[in-house]
Write a protein that binds this ligand. Structure first.
Ligand code: NAP
Length: 225
């Protein structure tokens, strides 16, 4: 999955390059502070018109960002005084307009909602068929390289990278996939895009390697706490 945060005016160019390199999913957010959804939309149109890659072949997901994650000096995608249900609805409608698509494959909750009552309210807004796949990200998890610095330099990652002739980043992404997690890459480098996509078709890690990486992950987590 290609992550589009912090790409600013390079968003369109990089999303097009990532999809041409083989990424099948694009992750964005209705959060102007860090994402340019309208430029992701421009990339989706460009992929269809210039490269014959239809929107339906891509997994497009965005996020409802609670007010604490929004920049109050920028136009908000919803009225913060409205109910949470109305906020999610307005956020989804804004995303559809900015992305210039008629449905989303996934909608994620960008950050925790303060109370269970508010969470229930957010989930109450159902927009099928506008959101075809994951709803408010309750069933899927994502991982990033920068979120796992300890694991990335751990001995088993270094050892397995050498054994498989892969980079440490590729081993970490392969490990994510082995345990059912979708890796998110936001690389701006075309060689890295290629390497990230190659992970999908690379040989599976052995069961003992996955176990060793799980143990390293627990150790890295314990050290960072
Ligand atoms: N980190 C967060 O707090 C956070 C929060 C919300 C959403 N996200 C989303 O998740 C995506 C990924 O997050 P991230 O923080 O790990 O950012 P990322 O943009 O994937 O950054 C990873 C860093 O590793 C480098 N890198 C080296 N080899 C790589 C390889 N093979 N593939 C990918 N990167 C490689 C990248 O440099 P090069 O560009 O030179 O490859 C970059 O400096 C973001 O783009 C964003 O959309 C992240």
């Amino acid at each position: 999955m290609y992550g589009t945060a912090w790409k600013k005016e390079r968003t369109t160019e990089l999303v097009v390059k990532a999809v041409l390199a083989g990424f099948k999913g694009v992750d964005t957010a209705c959060q102007p502070k860090h994402y340019r959804e309208e430029l992701v939309g421009k990339a989706i149109s460009e992929l269809e018109t210039k490269h014959s890659i239809p929107r339906a072949s891509l997994w497009i997901q965005t996020k409802y960002t609670p007010i604490g994650g929004q920049d109050m000096t920028k136009p908000l995608p919803y009225d913060p005084k409205s109910t949470i249900e109305e906020q999610v609805k307005s956020s989804v409608e804004t995303s559809l307009r900015q992305l210039n698509v008629d449905y989303l494959d996934g909608l994620l909750l960008h950050s925790p909602i303060p109370t269970v009552e508010l969470l229930i309210g957010a989930c109450r807004y159902r927009a099928e068929p506008l959101v075809g796949g994951e709803w408010l990200g309750l069933g899927k998890s994502f991982w990033t390289l920068s979120g796992n610095p300890g694991l990335l330099k751990s001995p088993p990652v270094l050892q397995f990278a050498k054994r498989h002739g892969m980079t440490v980043e590729q081993i970490l992404f392969k490990f994510c996939q082995s345990i059912g997690i979708t890796p998110l890459s936001g690389t701006t480098n075309e060689q890295h895009m290629k390497e990230d996509v190659e992970v999908e078709t690379s040989a599976n890690l052995a069961a003992f390697e996955v176990e060793a990486l799980e143990a390293a992950l627990r150790r890295a987590g314990a050290q960072s706490n």
